[in-house]
Design a protein around this ligand. Structure first.
Ligand code: C2E
Ligand code: CA
Ligand code: CA
Ligand code: CA
Length: 276
């Protein structure tokens, strides 16, 4: 009936209004999230498949909002990108990661810490300087920093983006391509990038043990990466059977709940201590 239709519509309307209000509030609160100490990083180990040891880590951002509680980066990073708050937030992440990586030099098997970097940051004209000063202020060697980026940003302006990545590479920083296989990327462009690491997206890892097609995709990505001189990280590894398959396929590293969820710096250090 007309009456019912109108009620449904207004219910839907209310939901849209609430979502818009939340988004507006988050966008506003993001401006002060750094100074209010609401952001923090968790660290997830990347494990060497041949030794079983923690080899490096990925820093993953979290936001403890005073009203809404813990907010996922899946929700707030896109808002930060749209409002450009990602520029100071991304700088903060790089600074924290460099400080932490320098502190953990004492653990010789831990080679580097990775920061996720948004395309908005990468194409900002000040980006190279931000990376340089984060490294210098932390007294961190370039090799101890890894930058994870996704493939989608690259194809917009390949020539300019090769330049940006080459500049970063000159600092010794390691470059990783995140979520590989999920965006449209041209293989000829991929070959031009000065990349050190390919990360196989979790969506291919999920069923790789039981689904032959996914298994073949994983195998092919590993071979492609190796042929281009890269090391391979498999993400989202949750089961032992996945780990075994990846080891047999010659993948170098894995990351996932099987070994550890993202943990605080303190907990991460306890993992490192336990290994020695
Ligand atoms: P991502 O870079 O692909 O990170 C991997 C995500 O998978 C993380 O979610 C991680 O906690 C989760 N994960 C790791 N292992 C497993 C597993 O075995 N099973 C399952 N189900 N999940 C696993 P998280 O921490 O919620 O981050 C989501 C996304 O937010 C990241 O995806 C990344 O794109 C973005 N992000 C996180 N931190 C930052 C940051 O500091 N800067 C930027 N620009 N983006 C960030
Ligand atoms: Ca990542
Ligand atoms: Ca990823
Ligand atoms: Ca992702």
């Amino acid at each position: 009936s007309k009456e019912k239709g109108r009620n449904c519509y207004s219910f839907y309307d209310t939901r849209i209004m609430e979502a818009a209000t939340r988004r507006y509030e988050l966008e506003d609160a993001l401006k002060t999230a750094i100074v209010n100490n609401e952001l923090f990083l968790l660290y997830q180990p990347k494990v060497c498949l041949s030794t079983g040891r923690v080899h490096s880590a990925e820093a993953l951002i979290r936001w403890e909002h005073p009203k809404y509680g813990l907010i996922s980066p899946m929700e707030f990073i896109p808002i930060a990108e749209a409002s450009l708050a990602i520029i100071p937030i991304g700088q903060w992440v790089l600074e924290q990661v460099c400080l932490q990586s320098a502190r953990w030099q004492a653990y010789p098997h831990l080679t580097s810490i990775a920061a996720n970097v948004s395309s908005v940051q990468l194409t900002d004209s000040n980006f190279i300087n931000v990376v340089k000063s984060a490294l210098a202020n932390a007294n961190c060697a370039g090799e101890r920093l890894e930058i994870e980026q996704t493939e989608s940003w690259f194809m917009d302006d390949p020539d300019n983006n090769v330049k940006i990545l080459s500049e970063i590479k000159k600092l010794g920083v390691q470059l990783s391509l995140d979520d590989f296989g999920t965006a449209y990327s041209s293989l000829s462009q991929l070959g031009r990038l000065p990349l050190d690491i390919l990360k196989i997206d979790k969506s291919f890892i999920d069923d790789c043990v039981h689904n032959d097609r996914d298994h073949m995709i994983v195998r092919t990505i590993i071979q492609l990466g190796h042929n281009l001189g890269m090391k391979i990280v498999a993400e989202g590894v949750e089961y032992e059977a996945q780990r075994e398959l990846l080891e047999l396929e010659g993948c170098e590293f894995y990351q996932g709940y099987l070994y550890a969820k993202p943990v605080t710096a303190q907990e991460f250090e306890a993992l490192l201590v336990a290994e020695y």
